[in-house]
Design a protein around this ligand. Sequence first.
Ligand SMILES: NC(=O)c1ccc[n+]([C@@H]2O[C@H](COP(=O)([O-])OP(=O)(O)OC[C@H]3O[C@@H](n4cnc5c(N)ncnc54)[C@H](O)[C@@H]3O)[C@@H](O)[C@H]2O)c1
Length: 421
Amino acid sequence: MTQPLNRRQFVTNTALAGAAIAGAPLLRAQSNLSGDSIKVAVIGCGGRGSGALENFMDACKVLGIKPEIVALADAFEDRVSGLAKKHGVAKELQFTGYEAYKKALATDCEYVIMATPPGFRPVHFAAAVEAGKHCFIEKPVAVDPVGSRAVMAAGEIAKKKGLGVVAGTQRRHQKGYLENKAKIDAGAIGEIKGGVIQWNGRIPWIKERQPGWSDTDYITRNWLNFTELSGDHIVEQHVHNIDVAIWFLGRLPVSALGFGGRARRVTGNQFDFFSVDLDFGDDVHIHSQCRQLTGAYGRVGEMFTGTEGSCFGGGKMNGKDVSIAEIKLESDNAMVQEHVDLITSVRAGKPRNEAKQIAESTLVAIISRMSSYTGQMIRWVDVTENEKSPFFAYKCPVDPLTFEKGAITLPAEEPPVPGTA
Ligand SMILES: NC(=O)c1ccc[n+]([C@@H]2O[C@H](COP(=O)([O-])OP(=O)(O)OC[C@H]3O[C@@H](n4cnc5c(N)ncnc54)[C@H](O)[C@@H]3O)[C@@H](O)[C@H]2O)c1
């Protein structure tokens, strides 16, 4: 797969992670989750924060552990109170505003579920690691190269502290995918020579601006349609399929060359569709295709062609019979299994740490978007090593820390024009 960060890269990236982790003491984790109960905090109490909390509670049930909610944090009061009501959480455990995450992390929580828009993840994750918490981080984990590298750096610190980190790329915790990956590694389809990965669907939702909303309220409520907070849908959704390609191939692409555009979207600054050639080296190319166009043909999945067969994601495989070890999971719901895997790994003293893996998959999605937006071909080294590249230091114009300081400047609600940047 990829090389571990060398010292120079590690130091550079740690600096980029900002004040939240710079100089953080390399302490052991405060908890090894070995008690009868686990104290949990949720940062981002929307659809997935609520869902992940239930998944966590189901995982606790499977493992015979009592879940204890000690903090709920969200930018908006209505989101926190909705989730609090559902679980009977006391008012003093509810925190609102853009600095609510700091208050949640200051509690005695041992386990943090992070499910805000991804633009905030690098700052929140670094702070959670500094506070010594085990982390479940929803995918994707950043929206730009600087943020992705900050997550890699915080992930290294988590490793030194003995903290567990699991990402919301649930296919990596799903039986069909785990079995197919094991069969591919055992030679079932020979060498992968190419494939196609797709997330073709509809626009999930848009939030129209309401009277009384500030620019900051509007971009946060309508985050799914602004690149600064979502990364665009190639990062926000399609990262799942990109992650599978990287996992099944066992290596990262060397470059991305993407096309894209906007036909129908009436809000925000994103594209409707992307088509990207991911060059994995050795003449292996994966076609990445995603669009959000209601009414158009839809398919979500992955297909890989090998020298001796083919494989459809976690489903059908045509190839040689190979024997693999039996894969036994505690839950057939991958979104529950990911919490089981995080908790059991920490309890066993071998914390799972998926920070690098999800930061890399996120960064591949980001270079695919940046290539499509600019019209330029972007190499992996341009965002990881080549500091002279204009893409290396790229940061989305709306900085997540600005939200904590006050008003942000709303980006123009128009898509980029390739070839002009
Ligand atoms: N693994 C999966 O299959 C899956 C599925 C859906 C969503 N997700 C991911 O989960 C994350 C959240 O998505 P969602 O669908 O729940 O969105 P959502 O809009 O329903 O929830 C996001 C919540 O975060 C809050 N928030 C925004 N900025 C915040 C901040 N700075 N501090 C605290 N709270 C803040 C919002 O008010 C909102 O309640 C995204 O990264 C998304 O990609 C993953």
